[in-house]
Each structure stands twice: as structure tokens, then as C-alpha cells.
Design a protein around this ligand. Structure first.
Ligand code: ADP
Ligand code: ASP
Ligand code: MG
Length: 407
């Protein structure tokens, strides 16, 4: 008897017909003794539609009320999905995140799953029901509803698979696996049979939106293999696991990622003395703003001022402005320049570790394409360049062509 957690993303549940297709597929694959928990996202673009609706009411971001609003998207999906199964004569029950025992901490819009109390799910499974859980949400200690960040249904699915000790976590989506770049941007990207948690986490962190980074982290922590595959075909997808089973890759890198959700902030002319970086970045951290690339520039040798340049998510731009305006009012910093017309392109691959040529190849590809690099940052298994947003697609294609030529 196996237990499966299957997650279906927004485009997979975009209409009642698609929900029926999913139910038929789940039932076709299910052996009579198998137990199935399904996690669903909000239908189609409905999370974006809800965000748009809120903006019509107020330009301000009301965290608690926003999460109250956004969690309704997934609630619509679970109810309709359960009705679909019941109409087909199969017992099923829908659950919100709270009803499924998903306890979350953190700030609104950025919740982290802390623990899962799966008793109610187990009980429903024992009754022979297909259990359908709302992705992207959970309940705080205070009983508030809270969301897990965009793409958070992936994390709900993997965390549930961990808590239920599922045999497999399957992520059904509108692509048939993980590719060496977003196939919407690079049509000849290479599909992978498998990829390690470590590399997938880095790809996701650097913008490959196919999986929420926290879900990959969760898979690694609980050692749950995650099978990413298409809702619309039966083809095998890509398995994310600890160690890859396929033979060594012939490419120097594993993939190219892109991220347009980035903005550059330059705090100009701050005093170059001990404690300045701490003052600036602790003020941002207190407001839960995650800072990504950081550069402190070198000025003239006798100049006692420095520029601090860093990148953040565009969603945090308003909060960052608020923090920096406060520091300006207190006289702790002077000029600040914001630029949200930037994007980050990255190469990822554990194989880069011992091969010095990867950075040169990447910069060469960008240079040949006439694309200027603004900031460079590296990790053990990735190299990222900040460039102009208008050049993002061109950059990804040029870099991909350089590393995956003639495949
Ligand atoms: P869902 O609604 O099912 O969660 P998402 O839109 O969140 O789907 O994720 C699937 C999308 O991720 C694909 O349509 C694809 O454009 C994008 N994507 C980005 N990078 C990659 C990659 N390296 N491999 C596959 N898909 C990717
Ligand atoms: N509906 C949410 C979003 O659009 C969660 C998800 O799709 O995973 O981000
Ligand atoms: Mg998604």
C-alpha cells in the first residue's frame, strides 16, 4: 500500500474540465489500495486577479487582510476538486491548510511551515477518501490564515509528503520536467532525467520558477524524491533527489536561471567606518527585507565615503523605501538611488566547482551579445550577473547557447 502526494499547479486546475481530467488521471494511476493526497493551487491566474482586486481597494499592503483574501483562491480549487471526485462516485474531502493541520509561523505573505498535525488527513484516508488540501496556506498560533509566498503550493506538497511519510511526491505542472533553462525562454533547452536537491535549490533560488526554493529544501531535509512532470502527458518527468542516477553530464553546467523579480538600491556616500553596513542591513532585516547581492564600492583612496549597492525583491521595494527614508530623516544616510529595471541571470552547476573556465565563458557570452554586466556574485555552485531587464531573454539565450552548443 503506497501513499502518494500529488500537487497540481494553477494552470492544471484552471477550469472544471481540467479538474475532471486530473481526477480521471489520478484514478487511472491509482491502485485500489493506494492512498492519495492531492494539493492544489488557485485556478489559473486567480492569485494575480485577487492581488489586482486588492490594489483597486488600496495601494497599501495590509498583510493580514491580503492573506485572508489570497487564501480564498486555493479554497475555491479544493472545494471544486472534491466535488469533481464525488460526482464521479469517488469519496473525497477538501481541507484548508488549517484543517489539514498545517501550522505556520513568520510574517504575512512569507509564512514558513513549522509543523504539521496530520491526524485529520490520516483519518479521512482510512475512511477511503481522496484528500484534497489547499496549497500555499496554513494557520498561525494565533489562528490567523497566512500564505507561504508565491509558488508556495509546492512547499505544502513536499512538507505534507514528509509529514505523511509518503512514498513519492509528484509535482504536476505545465512543463514535462526540469530543463537546462526555462523552456519558454530557450526552446531548445535540455530536459534532465534527474537533478540533485542542491542544484535544484540553487536554480530555484536564482529564479527558476518551476519549484519554490523552500519546497526543495524541505525535500532535501526529509529525503523525499520529488517527481516534476506534466499534467497533460504521461511522459516521465525529472526526479529531484540526493544523488543523480544518470551518467555524468557532458556539460560544464547544469542550467541557466533568470530572475526579473529584482531591484537595485544604491545608498550613496555613506561614511566608510566600522558599523555602517551593520546599521544599514540590520534596519532592513528588522523589516523582514531579504537582501541578495551586495557590493561596497571603492572610491578614491583618501575619500572617507563609500557606496553600498544591493539588490532586493521588487515586492520589497516599498518597505525598503520606508526604511531608508527613516534612516535619511535620522541623518544616517544621504542619497539613495532605486532601479527596478534590472534582472539577474545565473549559471548553476556542481560541476563548475573545479573548472575555472565557467565564469569566463559566461562573461564572454554576455560580452559577445553586447550586454553590460552591472554586478557579479558567486556561490560555490553558481555565478550570477545583474544586467538590464530589457536584455534578460537575450542574455539567457546567449549563455545557454555557449554552454549547451550542439546538444
Ligand atoms: P504551476 O502553476 O504548475 O505551479 P509554475 O508556472 O509555477 O507552474 O511553474 C512552471 C513553469 O516554470 C513552466 O511553465 C516554465 O516556464 C517555468 N520554468 C522556469 N524555469 C524552468 C526550468 N528550468 N525547467 C522547467 N520549467 C521552468
Ligand atoms: N496560488 C499561489 C501562487 O500563485 C501558490 C501557488 O501557485 O503555488 O503563487
Ligand atoms: Mg508554481
Amino acid at each position: 500500500m503506497a501513499l502518494f502526494v500529488k500537487k497540481f499547479g494553477g494552470s492544471s486546475v484552471a477550469s472544471p474540465e481540467k479538474m475532471r481530467h486530473i481526477a480521471e488521471r489520478v484514478l487511472k494511476d491509482k491502485k485500489p489500495e493506494d492512498r492519495v493526497v492531492i494539493v492544489v493551487s488557485a485556478m489559473g491566474d486567480s492569485t494575480d486577479d485577487l492581488l489586482h482586486l486588492a490594489r483597486q481597494v488600496s495601494p497599501r499592503h495590509y498583510g493580514r487582510e491580503m492573506d485572508m483574501l489570497l487564501t480564498t483562491g486555493e479554497q475555491v480549487s479544493v472545494a471544486l476538486m472534491a466535488m469533481t471526485f464525488i460526482e464521479m462516485g469517488v469519496p473525497a474531502v477538501s481541507m484548508t491548510g488549517a484543517q489539514a493541520g498545517i501550522r505556520v509561523s513568520g510574517s504575512f505573505g512569507k509564512g514558513c511551515i513549522r509543523e504539521i498535525h496530520p491526524e485529520r488527513i490520516f483519518h479521512a484516508l482510512e475512511e477511503g477518501k481522496v484528500v484534497i488540501v489547499a496549497g500555499f496556506q496554513g494557520e498561525t498560533e494565533e489562528g490567523d490564515l497566512i500564505t507561504l509566498g508565491r509558488g508556495g503550493s509546492d512547499t505544502t506538497a513536499v512538507a505534507l509528503a514528509g509529514a505523511l511519510k509518503a512514498d513519492m511526491c509528484e509535482i504536476y505542472t505545465d512543463v514535462d520536467g526540469i530543463y537546462s533553462a526555462d523552456p519558454r525562454c530557450v526552446p531548445d533547452a535540455v530536459k534532465m532525467k534527474d537533478i540533485t536537491y542542491m542544484e535544484m535549490l540553487e536554480m530555484a533560488r536564482l529564479g527558476a520558477g518551476v519549484m519554490q526554493p523552500r519546497s526543495v529544501e524541505m525535500g532535501s531535509r526529509y529525503q523525499i524524491p520529488i517527481h516534476v512532470r506534466s499534467t497533460f502527458t504521461d511522459d516521465e518527468g525529472t526526479v529531484i533527489r540526493e544523488k543523480i542516477l544518470t551518467e555524468g553530464s557532458k556539460y560544464m553546467i547544469t542550467g541557466v536561471a533568470q530572475d526579473a523579480d529584482t531591484a537595485k538600491v544604491a545608498v550613496l556616500g555613506v561614511k566608510n567606518q566600522p558599523g555602517v553596513a551593520h546599521m544599514l542591513f540590520s534596519a532592513l532585516a528588522e523589516s523582514h527585507i531579504v537582501v541578495d547581492m551586495i557590493v561596497q564600492s571603492v572610491r578614491e583612496i583618501h575619500d572617507d565615503k563609500t557606496d553600498m549597492i544591493f539588490t532586493i525583491s521588487r515586492n520589497d521595494l516599498d518597505d525598503t523605501r520606508e526604511v531608508l527614508c527613516r534612516l535619511q530623516a535620522e541623518g544616517r544616510i544621504s542619497d539613495v538611488v532605486y532601479n527596478d529595471k534590472v534582472a539577474k541571470v545565473s549559471i548553476v552547476g556542481a560541476g563548475m566547482l573545479g573548472s575555472p573556465g565557467a565564469a569566463a565563458e559566461m562573461f564572454g557570452a554576455l560580452g559577445d551579445a553586447g550586454i553590460n554586466i552591472d554586478i557579479i556574485s558567486t556561490s560555490e555552485i553558481s555565478i550570477s550577473c545583474l544586467i538590464g531587464e530589457k536584455d534578460m531573454t537575450k542574455a539567457v539565450r546567449a549563455i545557454h547557447a555557449r554552454f549547451f552548443a550542439g546538444h
